[in-house]
Design a protein around this ligand. Structure first.
Ligand code: 13P
Ligand code: SF4
Length: 301
């Protein structure tokens, strides 16, 4: 069985598998740790494995490589990129910084290493508001997700300078989906990811990272939940809460790149030690400063 082969290869290579909450169920089941972007960065920073197989998308594997020079970081499929991360380049960010010389740059981890290297601090969906409020500067350039930065702007006194990026898999969720879901499951708690549109966030009961949703669903006395994020998370929610019901806010909220990792290419990654993720040292050092600062602040949901 492929699962046995992967377990054996993991032992031989002293490897761990880190998987994002959006991965397919079979990958989640074989992983050593399943979590959100912040949890995955924390795990990558503290692991003593020699090899990290990263089942997520490119910016997550890159963060693991930035945080660890002594480990080999592998991506099973290098085509697993994040379209939102491609919506900003270091050149464009430098031009924006010139326009706002007094502003600090808070950069969502969904960005390239080169963009992180141009930023003061990183954040994830689980700590964006806390990170922005922790800054001394009054003006913040928040990149690249506009929906997340609008959510931050609603929860801070800082002046937020927005960027026009978005996640196609969350942007597809509409206000009408929430109204329909509410009508169908009136007892359902509506949990949405801050990458959703403002009009969707407005109708939610809770705005949470994927890790925040996992914890909230476990601890809440509610028995029904409507989930406004990528549908891969439903596997874990249902597995960990078999007596509760979970409904997707939209069946269209799928991130195709997150689904590129399979048992087959995970086995190949370990067998052939492919595809190794490296970051040029000058960029890595600067990007690490932004990630380390975020890890010091920690989680907020
Ligand atoms: P989380 O950090 O909440 O898991 O989000 C990651 C992501 O890519 C959301 O689209
Ligand atoms: Fe990027 Fe959206 Fe996919 Fe997350 S769900 S990896 S933000 S495209």
């Amino acid at each position: 069985m492929l699962q046995d082969k992967i377990r054996q290869l993991k032992k031989e290579r002293n490897a761990i598998i880190l998987a994002h909450n959006y991965q397919i169920g079979r990958i989640q089941d074989i992983a050593d740790y399943v979590g959100d972007s912040l949890g995955l960065s924390q795990k990558a920073a503290e692991s003593d494995a020699d090899v990290i197989v990263f089942c997520g998308v490119d910016f997550m594997a890159e963060s693991a490589a930035i945080l660890n020079t002594d480990k080999t970081v592998l991506m099973p499929d290098v085509g697993a990129t994040c379209p939102m991360a491609m919506m900003i380049t270091p050149e464009a960010l430098r031009a924006e910084k010139e326009k706002h010389p007094d502003a600090a740059v808070v950069c969502y981890v969904n960005t390239s290493a080169a963009v992180k290297a141009e930023s003061d601090i990183c954040c994830t969906s689980s700590n964006a508001v806390k990170i922005v409020n922790s800054m001394d500067e009054k003006e913040i350039i928040f990149i690249p997700d506009k929906n997340l930065s609008l959510h931050v702007a609603a929860n801070t006194d800082k002046k937020i300078i927005h960027w026009d990026g978005y996640c196609p898999s969350h942007h597809i969720i509409l206000k009408g989906d929430v109204l329909l879901a509410k009508a169908k499951h009136p007892a359902g708690k509506i949990l949405v990811h801050p990458e959703c549109r403002p009009e969707v966030l407005e109708l939610a009961d809770e705005i949470l990272s994927t890790g925040g949703m996992i914890r909230y669903a476990k601890e809440s006395p509610a028995m029904e939940f409507i989930i406004g994020t990528e549908t891969g998370i439903l596997y874990r929610l249902r597995k960990e809460n078999p007596d509760k019901a979970f409904y997707p806010l939209s069946n269209h909220a799928v991130c195709p790149n997150m689904k590129k990792n399979t048992l087959d290419n995970v086995a190949k990654a370990l067998e052939n030690m492919e595809h190794q993720i490296t970051v040029p040292e000058d960029i890595r050092i600067k990007a690490k400063q932004a990630l380390d600062k975020m890890l010091e602040v920690g989680r907020d949901d």
